[in-house]
Design a protein around this ligand. Structure first.
Ligand SMILES: Cc1ncc(COP(=O)(O)O)c(C=O)c1O
Length: 379
């Protein structure tokens, strides 16, 4: 029987996970073989080694490996006793996984707007939302470092402190991003990570983690991820099964070695885009707030004629995409009837151009030519 046919990858725009695999193949294969041969497949030496190595990368005391980023949000909240009867504020312009993770904890979702420049949680909107929700059980704010740009941590922290709520991080898109010289993931009490295959640090399957400096909290996370066990076969509280897989941990250890270099390469590709797109009147390149090191999980421009430009790019084989077309407050599962104008505007204008550490100048040039060509055609 003939093998399954797959479309050949465009040599100019190789998909990130495949290219990532190609670069790491011998080391990843060796690591996976090592796990097979160890006979230890659940919470063994690879998970604890990855946890220690990623904690060192972030400069935090603990990383607790989990089964996904959505689980990381849920378990982080549960370990903080945030659940039914509590509320958690998240930005509306965010992937639906953020809302799903919060709702799985049992807490109610409260949505706030974003800042137009960076697409991250807007401190003024947060202030307004926390005032409106006063006395209704808001316990935490989950700030998402969207597309790899750090949130305005200091301003958000001032607002959160004023209202006595915890400020937590969602770092699913910000591995390697810096805020005032500190790694995202080390800024607050706890941070949730995803290692979904397309992330800056991606597994070959699902994986996630929570990072924290709090010893007792880390112990709670470890207990919840494994049936609530205090010791083997004795549960303190009802937990879940959300263990980071030993094979995924071994793969993540390999990829972690080149994460810093890969983020540096992402920044170079972004700089090439910035330079080329400065000639475009139709798109606005992403901005970087002073003191921030963008990790460029995505390179997202604003484009008023988004659908037309997206169509032209896709017709020419450029894998451009839209992250995210519908803000959370307009999705049936999460809507509370809010009006959040910046989130709605962002959803209508954002356009993600292909970016990964090994994207060549020719690919960037091709995408930019199409965009600039569209500017001229539209005049
Ligand atoms: C910002 C953000 N938070 C949370 C998640 C959830 O991660 P996972 O897909 O590993 O469950 C994602 C992944 O899509 C994400 O981008």
């Amino acid at each position: 029987m003939a093998g399954r046919m797959t479309a050949p990858a465009d040599p100019l725009f190789p998909p990130f996970p495949l290219e990532d695999w190609r670069r790491h193949e011998p080391a990843v294969s060796g690591a996976v073989q090592r796990v097979f041969a160890s006979g230890s497949y659940i919470l063994g030496g690879e998970v604890s080694a990855f946890e220690a190595e990623f904690a060192a990368f972030l400069n935090v005391r603990h990383v607790v490996g989990l089964a996904s980023g959505t689980d990381a949000i849920e378990i982080m909240l549960r370990a903080l006793d945030i659940g039914p009867g509590s509320q958690v504020v998240v930005p509306s312009f965010a992937p639906s996984a953020v809302a799903a993770g919060v709702m799985r904890s049992g807490a109610a979702l409260v949505l706030a707007d974003v800042t137009p420049g960076t697409f991250t949680l807007c401190p003024e909107s947060l202030e307004a939302v926390l005032r409106a929700q006063a006395g209704r059980g808001v316990k935490a704010v989950l700030a998402v470092h969207l597309f790899g740009h750090p949130v305005d941590w200091q301003s958000l922290q001032i607002v959160a402190d004023r209202h006595g709520v915890l400020l937590l991080e969602d770092c699913a898109q910000s591995h390697g991003a810096l805020w005032q010289g500190r790694m995202t993931g080390s800024l607050g009490r706890a941070a949730a990570f995803s290692f979904y295959p397309t992330k800056n640090l991606g597994a070959i399957g699902d994986a996630g983690a929570v990072a924290t400096n709090d010893d007792e909290f880390a112990a709670r996370l470890r207990s919840i991820r494994q049936y609530g066990w205090r010791s083997r076969h004795c549960s303190d509280a009802a937990g879940v099964n959300s263990r980071l897989d030993e094979i995924q941990a071994a793969i993540l250890r390999v990829k972690l070695r080149t994460l810093a270099q890969n983020v540096a390469e992402r920044r170079k590709v972004a700089a090439t885009y910035d330079e080329r797109l400065s000639a475009s009147s139709g798109v606005r390149p992403p901005c970087v707030r002073p003191g921030c090191g963008h990790a460029y999980h995505q390179y997202v421009v604003r484009c008023a004629a988004r659908e037309r430009v997206l169509g032209r790019l896709q017709a020419a084989g450029v894998p451009a995409a839209v992250h995210y077309p519908v803000p959370l407050h307009l999705q049936p599962a999460f809507s509370g009837g809010e009006t959040l104008p910046e989130s709605e505007k962002a959803a209508g204008e954002v356009l993600s151009l292909p970016l990964h550490p090994w994207l060549g100048e020719e690919a960037v040039h091709t995408a930019c030519q199409i965009i600039i060509g569209d500017d001229h055609a539209a005049r």
